[in-house]
Design a protein around this ligand. Sequence first.
Ligand code: ADQ
Length: 461
Amino acid sequence: MSRLVVISNRVADPRKSAASGGLAVALGSALRASGGLWFGWSGSIVEEGTPGEGSLHTQRAGPVTLATVDLCRSDYDSYYQGYSNGVLWPVFHYRLDLANFDAGYIEGYRRVNQLFARKLMPLIQPDDILWVHDYHLIPLAAELRAMGCTNRIGFFLHTPLPPPLILAAIPQSEWLMRSLFSYDLAGFQSDVDLMHFARYALTEAHAEQVSDTCFRAYNSTLRAEAFPIGIDVDEFTTLAQGEEARQMYESTRRDYGHRRLLLGVERLDYSKGLPQRIRAFRKLLTRYPENQNRTTLIQIASPSRETVRSYTGLLREIESLSGSINGDFGDLDWMPIRYIHRNVARKRLPGLYQAAEVALVTPLRDGMNLVAKEFIAAQDPADPGVLVLSRFAGAAEQLKEALLVNPYDTDGMAEIIQQALQMPLPERQARHKSLLAGIRAQDVHWWRNNFLTALQESRSA
Ligand code: ADQ
């Protein structure tokens, strides 16, 4: 069996996977099975460092080697904050209005990808199979190829890929597409993302489609497919039965007494549709007044990318919307929205999912959205909660028995939330049964195996 080398912006210690989440579990178990290397940024920023330079640190974690590189301040600012989070993240989530196409960022993005390639190259063995993750590292394969790397290299994009004319707004879009063709396999979250890739490749890059899954351009053949990412359902149901989840469930139920709970959990990000969700909640209270004094929205939004200006604006908007609902509708013993700006420990999260009657997962655009799948996995099949899911989350392609909403339609979303609150038990059970079977059949191990099998086959395709 070939050794697996995983490369991602951040590296997780597979021994602490319960704290890091499903992706770390999935990649960690693949790395442990074949022995392997996980390579990425250390998370350290060297204030006075030289651009394009950084020390390499390696440590063993059982059969897995963790190799990480430090970044200097200017590389961090241009590669991570600037190009990755200031250009690619907003554009890939269809938000051209939030992109900052500062000409200086691209240099840092290239420089760090070159630094990663330089540090990684000596660690690669001839039979290794390389799996690169996410938008931070699109040009990595091209940099490795330029240094003579002939290993199989696959790429998986965790975000959506927008339609060609949105992608084309990135000044370097042609270069990004050319860079993708240095991989053997490109994986996307959903069929829509794959379709956008194919349309861009055919119309803008003048690629030739040589088979159902293979495209030829820039003298290379690239296999491209959708691999919808899942969660480790067994790991999550085990967490759900744990003591910490039970305590969380009990304390939440105790604190909220007879109130019906709606729940939102995410990183604070403009892609997640939080202001739209809060407006829909206000509408729910005015249009269906029986919810006043009876229904509480718990909204957990963990801090994320706080130094980026669009995030601080979002934080203020959410606080102001929540504050005005609490002021207009709240009572001495009822706060309609509990907005919590912090992380919930992973082991406690299932308890919160269980205490809620309805989960509101309503992003404006999302690659997949794993919270939707975790909510399903945490439910008691005898008395499950209802998932209200945005049709613009990648997960909507799979989770058809959720109640799908358009997050831009405030009235429509309020109506669907009311429908979720009133759903009879047999319908809740039937929908949950089929959702659970779906996330079990297409869990994170299924995702990883499909990707790695396709990567193994990619050159004979
Ligand atoms: P994210 O945008 O981070 O991921 P998501 O898929 O929902 O979003 O996964 C987040 C993970 O973080 C989940 O395991 C969730 O439990 C956890 N999490 C989120 N908020 C939390 C909080 N407040 N407290 C504790 N834990 C929290 C990116 C893409 C997604 C894609 C994933 C995986 O943006 O579209 O689904 O990668 O590919």
